[in-house]
Write a protein of this length. Structure first.
Length: 165
């Protein structure tokens, strides 16, 4: 019995040690940006301005639907702003617009959601990419970009590369 206990204790200790080492930089709570969405912004006007810039420089418009109450929205924003390769890919290929969806079921910016095919049906945050002519290029639910309790920079970069094609 004592020998069985020691074997089990050794296996559990090894598993915990391996898990701690594998977590590496992902240890601790996932980082977030406190309030990435301007709740007073005129999202339609911001999209129009971004499209105007896109027509002159050929970039696409990356529209982020979400809200400050949404922890996954705040986590995604941290990845977009703070992961150097992600930040550089966005700067090189996109104009970014945040669309605040307000409190749950508030209907805030519902017309924009409808204009682009109801992307919020996929949950929040959700990403919409527009061509410079304003046409919808692609929609991405962001669960596919997650790894554990945060967004995976490699998955985000792969999405951005596809969205540029």
């Amino acid at each position: 019995m004592r020998r069985t206990f020691l074997v089990v204790a050794t296996i559990v200790a090894s598993a915990c040690s391996a898990t701690d080492g594998a977590a590496g930089e992902d240890a601790g709570p996932p980082p977030e940006v406190a309030r990435p969405y301007d709740e007073n912004a005129d999202a339609s006007a911001e999209i129009a301005r971004a499209l105007e810039r896109a027509r002159s420089d050929g970039k696409r418009v990356l529209v982020l639907f979400g809200g400050n109450w949404c922890k996954w929205c705040r986590r995604l924003e941290h990845t977009l702003r703070n992961e150097p390769r992600v930040r550089d890919a966005i700067a090189a290929g996109f104009h970014v617009v945040h669309v605040d969806t307000g409190a749950r079921r508030s209907g805030r910016n519902a017309a924009i959601n409808e204009r682009y095919g109801n992307p919020m049906q996929h949950g929040l945050p959700v990403l919409v990419v527009l061509r410079p002519d304003g046409q919808l290029h692609t929609t991405q639910e962001t669960g596919a970009l997650e790894r554990g309790d945060r967004h995976d920079p490699e998955r985000v970069l792969a999405f951005l590369a596809r969205a540029r094609r």
